[in-house]
Design a binder for this molecule. Structure first.
Ligand SMILES: Nc1ncnc2c1ncn2[C@@H]1O[C@H](COP(=O)(O)OP(=O)(O)OP(=O)(O)O)[C@@H](O)[C@H]1O
Length: 285
C-alpha cells in the first residue's frame, strides 16, 4: 500500500493563534506536539476551541499566526495528502441522504482501490451494503459515512465528535478499529470528544483546552498517575480527570451569562451561528 507522504505522522503546533472576525474568540498561543502512532483526545468544555484547532490542523480557515507541522508539512502551504479531517461539514454532506446505495457510495470514495479496508470497515461498522441511504436511520447513516471517510488509508486522522449517533457496541468496535490502525501501521489520530465511554486504554495522550488555550497536555499515564490513589477502573478515572478539569474551568470562567446580568434583569445572548457552519465571513472548507 503506497502512502502519499512517507514522513512520520507527528504533529507539532508552535505558538498557534487564530482569532475570529469578532476579535474576541479563537485560540491563543497554543504549543504542543504529538508523536507518530499516538491517539490524542482533545478535551474541553463547549467553546474551548477543539474544533478550531482541528480545522487549523487540517488547513481549513484563513492562515493563523504561529507554526503547524503535520507529518513535516505546513497545512497552509503544502497539500495535505493523507490527512483526513472528519467534522460537522463532512457529516452534513447531503449526498448521504439521497436514494443511493451503500456499495455505490463506497466505490465513489475509493473503496474499490482498497477492497480489504472497505470490507473490514463494512464488518467493523456492521454495515449492510444493500442499504439505500434515504431509507436508513441516523446511526446507520453515520456508520456508512465513517466507512466512506476512513476507507482511504490516512496517515493523520483529525476526528471531531461524530460518533454521537452510534450505539454503544458500534462505537466500541469503531474505537477498537482505530486503535488497531495505529498499532499496525504508521498513523496518528487526534479525536475531540465529550463521550468518554469505552475510552479506557484508548488515548495515549490528553490535551485539555480551556477558553482557546491548552491548559495541560501530555501522555495519558501522566494524568492517570496523578489520580493513582483514586478508586475505579481506567474508564472512570479518565472520567474523573475530565470532570475535574471541566469543573475547574467553569469555576475560573464563571457562568457564560454572568457579565450580561444587569440591574434590570437578565439579557440573553443569542450566541454566534458559527458552530452551525452558518458564518458568512469564514472561507468554506
Ligand atoms: N465562525 C465563528 N465565528 C466567531 N466565533 C466562532 C466561530 N466558530 C467558533 N467560534 C468561537 O470560537 C470558540 C471556540 O469554538 P470551537 O467550535 O472551536 O469550540 P469547541 O471546543 O469545538 O466546542 P464544542 O465542544 O461545543 O464543539 C467559541 O468561543 C466559539 O463561540
Amino acid at each position: 500500500m503506497a502512502f502519499p507522504n512517507p514522513s512520520p505522522p507527528d504533529i507539532t503546533v508552535t505558538n498557534l493563534t487564530y482569532t475570529f472576525q469578532d476579535h474576541a474568540t479563537g485560540i491563543h498561543d497554543i504549543s504542543l506536539s504529538v508523536p507518530p502512532r499516538s491517539r490524542t483526545l482533545l478535551i474541553g468544555a463547549n467553546g474551548a476551541g477543539k474544533t478550531t484547532l482541528l480545522r487549523l490542523l487540517a488547513g481549513k480557515r484563513l492562515a493563523p499566526r504561529g507554526g503547524i507541522s503535520v507529518s513535516g508539512l505546513d497545512p497552509f502551504k503544502d497539500g495535505l495528502e493523507g490527512v483526513t479531517y472528519l467534522g460537522l461539514e463532512w457529516v452534513l454532506n447531503p449526498i448521504v441522504r439521497t436514494d443511493i446505495g451503500v456499495a455505490e457510495l463506497l466505490s465513489s470514495v475509493g473503496g474499490d482501490a482498497y477492497p480489504d479496508r472497505r470490507d473490514e470497515l463494512v464488518g467493523v461498522l456492521d454495515i449492510d451494503v444493500s442499504w439505500r441511504m434515504h431509507a436508513v436511520s441516523d446511526g446507520e447513516r453515520r456508520r456508512v459515512q465513517l466507512a466512506m471517510g476512513l476507507v482511504r488509508p490516512w496517515t493523520v486522522l483529525l476526528l471531531d465528535e461524530i460518533t454521537v449517533d452510534l450505539d454503544v457496541l458500534s462505537r466500541a468496535e469503531f474505537l477498537g478499529w482505530l486503535k488497531r490502525e495505529t498499532e499496525v501501521r504508521e498513523c496518528t489520530i487526534v479525536y475531540a470528544t465529550h463521550i468518554l465511554d469505552n475510552l479506557a486504554g484508548w488515548p495515549t495522550h490528553l490535551v485539555h483546552m480551556h477558553l482557546g488555550t491548552v491548559r495541560e497536555w501530555g501522555p495519558t499515564g501522566k494524568f492517570l498517575d496523578e489520580t493513582a490513589g483514586a478508586v475505579g477502573s481506567g474508564n472512570s478515572r479518565l472520567g474523573e480527570i475530565v470532570l475535574g478539569w471541566l469543573r475547574e474551568d467553569l469555576k475560573d470562567r464563571g457562568p457564560r451569562n454572568q457579565k450580561k446580568m444587569g440591574t434590570e434583569g437578565l439579557t440573553y445572548s443569542t450566541g454566534g451561528l458559527g458552530g452551525y457552519g452558518l458564518e458568512s465571513s469564514e472561507p468554506r472548507p
